[in-house]
Structures are given as C-alpha cells and as structure tokens.
Design a protein around this ligand. Structure first.
Ligand SMILES: [Zn+2]
Length: 184
C-alpha cells in the first residue's frame, strides 16, 4: 500500500489520503493502515471523467481520522456516476475516470444549482495528499503457517462499463503515468 507523489491540480493545499475499496460487499470497518475502527465522512469528491467532465460528487466515505484517510467504495461511486451521466451524457458511461481530490462544500453546493467549469472548480479543490493503491483483501479461510493466503480478486465494474474503450483514455492515463502510477 505504497503512496506516490503527484503533480498538483487543485489550487488548495493537498488533503487526505485516499483509497478505493473495490469489493462491493465489504465495508471497511477497520482502517487498513492503523486498524482503528473507521467512521464516515461526507465530502464532495472531485472526479475527472474522460474526455472533459469534472464532477463534484458529494459522497460518504469511510474514514480514519487518525490517519486522515478516506476510503471510497468503487462500485458505489461508479453507480452514482452512472446515474449522473445516464441523463446528461450516456456515452460517457464507462470512460476512464480519476478521483482527484476534494472540493470545498460551498463550491459543490453552488455547483448543484449551476454546473461549474474546470476553471471555477480547480482553484477550490484539494488534491489528495496521498493516493494509495486499491484495497486488497486475502481469501478468508485456514492456512498453514508458511502459507500465504491468496488475494481475493475484486469483481469487475458492473455498471460503469463500455463495450470498447474510447479514444479518450489518454488524458487520464497521462496523469496516471506522470504522477500517480502505483509503485509495485
Ligand atoms: Zn487509520
């Protein structure tokens, strides 16, 4: 669960560590970093969806205040994105997306009434200070002492899917490659 440094997009100082939980039926009750009990925190997440959509999604993350960590449920977020784009731009569903950070609540509230452009949102946004690799769980069961429990493969996206990848992946992939590709 290593973190990487990245280029900053938001105008405010970076905040929070962020981790995606790709298991739809697993709530993260315990912090993966410190094992304390997690709470929840509702924050507007700033999400870039290819080609040029910047979304502020008010979302209740699991959180660990001690570690300043937010954990988003990948399938929940994809469900909300699907609902959102189904009305306005259904061809966007399944495109590459990147959860960049958080935006000020005020900007999110104003954005609900009047959609905001990138130029207005980014100055009021904070990148995540630390971007962790997706959560991985190991298969439950009994294992011999010398045996490593196998990783439980998370299910693929159910709703946020596209038949064939569009030509718009490059923008997001460039950001990933330049700044937040997880180290192995
Ligand atoms: Zn913690």
């Amino acid at each position: 669960m290593e973190a990487t440094k990245k280029r900053q997009l938001g105008g405010l100082p970076p905040r929070y560590g962020f981790m995606l939980n790709p298991y739809p039926d697993q709530r993260v009750w315990q912090c993966p970093l410190c094992e304390r009990k997690t709470g929840q925190q509702k924050v507007p997440l700033l999400i870039h969806v290819d080609p040029l959509h910047l979304i502020a999604l008010n979302y209740t993350c699991r959180s660990c205040r001690a570690c300043d960590l937010l954990i988003g449920q990948k399938h929940d977020i994809e469900h909300l994105l699907t609902e959102l784009f189904r009305r306005s731009a259904p061809t966007v569903i399944g495109n590459a997306y990147l959860i960049i950070g958080t935006v000020e609540k005020r900007i999110w509230r104003e954005g609900v009434a009047q959609p905001k452009g990138i130029a207005e949102m980014l100055p009021q946004a904070s990148d995540f200070a630390t971007y962790y690799n997706e959560l991985r769980l190991t298969c439950p069961g009994y294992y011999r002492a010398e045996q490593e429990p196998p990783v439980l493969e998370p299910p693929v996206s159910q709703e946020w899917v596209k038949e064939t990848p569009g030509p718009w992946r490059r923008w997001t992939e460039r950001i990933r490659a330049g700044s937040r590709r997880p180290k192995r």
